[in-house]
Design a protein around this ligand. Structure first.
Ligand SMILES: [Zn+2]
Length: 403
């Protein structure tokens, strides 16, 4: 019997399973979102940065204990139609329920509505002046928005399992960012939070754009498969009498060359929508004075200096190189939130001018300068053997090791 060596076991635990951005990506998204906030919100969020980052993975962590959690992280658009499903699925939850039933929506994913629900919870937390709830819902809003940015969260073929590309999910969203973070740029083209008039529409645009990247996600992998033999393409490991397969580093390197721009583009785009939804929730709640909820109130000298260093590194794209990403560090223990200040004592503070839209351009015309070209969407739904599409949504498991 083969002995599983430790590095292999760690690799196995952290990939080869369908997750969501991996813990690494979710932590990065929430950290960068804090950097994009206006001065009226940033000191509060920076004070709680560790928790905002730590709790970014809470929704994934509770999937094992809560069977209702899984479908909240994705929406299988191609289940509804393989021909422009966005014209068919109603954007409003109630209308979608009317057309397809609540059970169907639950089965094929509810992420756009979960984003809205979490945003509304955040509005309430701001109104209540509840620091713990503000931190929790901000962190979790960041998680679900981050999930919506992942193309493989919009298809029934979410792990390439229907096209003999099983393992594609964690390759795309964990293996690549973890392996190439030093090459990735984390500064968005428009790196600041702005008010969003129609959050539901904004999150649907993101999902549509993610869906637009699916063709490329599958096809670029197929292209590499044609020239790279399976012995090089995969790493095999043996555990509990089962042989497990994951994509090799050699394949990851080739795939990064082929689609890395796309992964980086989605990773750096997510924080802008996250910070914009935090800002939007705060404005909807009447712009409570967040400084008044801090003990000590206002940023300390040390916090200001630390933040200045991080912001400078972010703008130079050296956060990863300078080891300033919390995702690169060991998980910290939970920290106690500040004492809660009653909402009535709060005074409104200055807020930036509202802007109509913060979402990126829709999928079909993704046009940011460093965005890869979007191929025509071809969502493969038949296996190699021509077998019918299996519309089984296996419970998506999480990387138990975390990061
Ligand atoms: Zn998730």
């Amino acid at each position: 019997m083969k002995k599983v060596i430790l590095p292999l076991l760690v690799a196995l635990l952290s990939s080869g399973q369908a997750s969501a951005w991996g813990f690494f990506g979710h932590r990065i998204i929430n950290q960068i979102a804090v950097y994009e906030l206006p001065s009226s919100m940033q000191p509060f969020y920076y004070r709680h940065l560790n928790e905002i980052v730590r709790q970014s993975t809470a929704p994934d962590e509770r999937r094992n204990s809560d069977p209702t959690e899984g479908p909240r992280h994705f929406i299988d658009m191609d289940h509804y139609s393989e021909d422009n499903p966005f014209a068919k699925v109603p954007k409003e939850y109630d209308k979608a329920v009317e057309k397809y039933s609540a059970d169907t929506l639950k089965k094929y994913g509810t992420v756009p509505w979960v984003v809205l629900e979490t945003k509304d919870n955040l509005v309430k937390a701001f109104r209540d002046g509840d620091t713990l709830a503000i931190v929790k819902y901000s962190a979790e809003l960041g998680h679900y928005v981050g999930d919506a940015f992942v193309p493989l969260h919009t298809t029934v073929n979410y792990d390439g399992q229907l096209t003999d590309q099983k393992g594609l999910h964690s390759l795309w969203e964990s293996q690549l960012p973890e392996r190439f973070i030093l090459d990735y740029k984390l500064l968005d083209d428009k790196p600041s939070a702005s008010y969003i008039k129609d959050p539901l529409n904004a999150i649907w645009l993101v999902i549509q754009q993610s869906y637009g990247f699916l063709g490329e996600t599958f096809d670029r992998a197929s292209k590499i498969e044609k020239t790279m033999p399976p012995t090089v393409r995969y790493t095999f490991s043996h555990r509990y009498g089962k042989t497990q397969r994951r994509y090799s580093d050699a394949f990851a390197d080739a795939y990064e060359k082929a689609v890395g721009g796309m992964v980086n583009y989605r990773l750096k785009g997510a924080p802008t929508l996250v910070s914009s939804l935090w800002l939007t929730a705060w404005q909807e709640a009447g712009k409570p004075d967040l400084n008044a909820m801090m003990r000590p109130t206002k940023a300390t000298k040390e916090e200001k200096e630390k933040l200045a260093i991080e912001l400078a590194a972010w703008k130079k794209n050296t956060l990863a190189q300078d080891q300033l990403l919390l995702a690169q560090q060991k998980t910290k223990k939970a920290e106690a939130a500040d004492e809660i200040k009653p909402a009535k004592e709060m005074a409104p503070v200055h807020a930036p001018e509202p802007e109509p839209e913060a979402a990126p351009a829709p999928a079909s015309e993704a046009s940011a300068p460093d965005a890869p070209a979007v191929d025509k969407v071809k969502v493969k739904t038949k296996g190699k053997d021509g077998s019918e599409k299996i519309k089984k949504k296996a419970k998506q498991e999480e990387s138990p090791s975390g990061w």
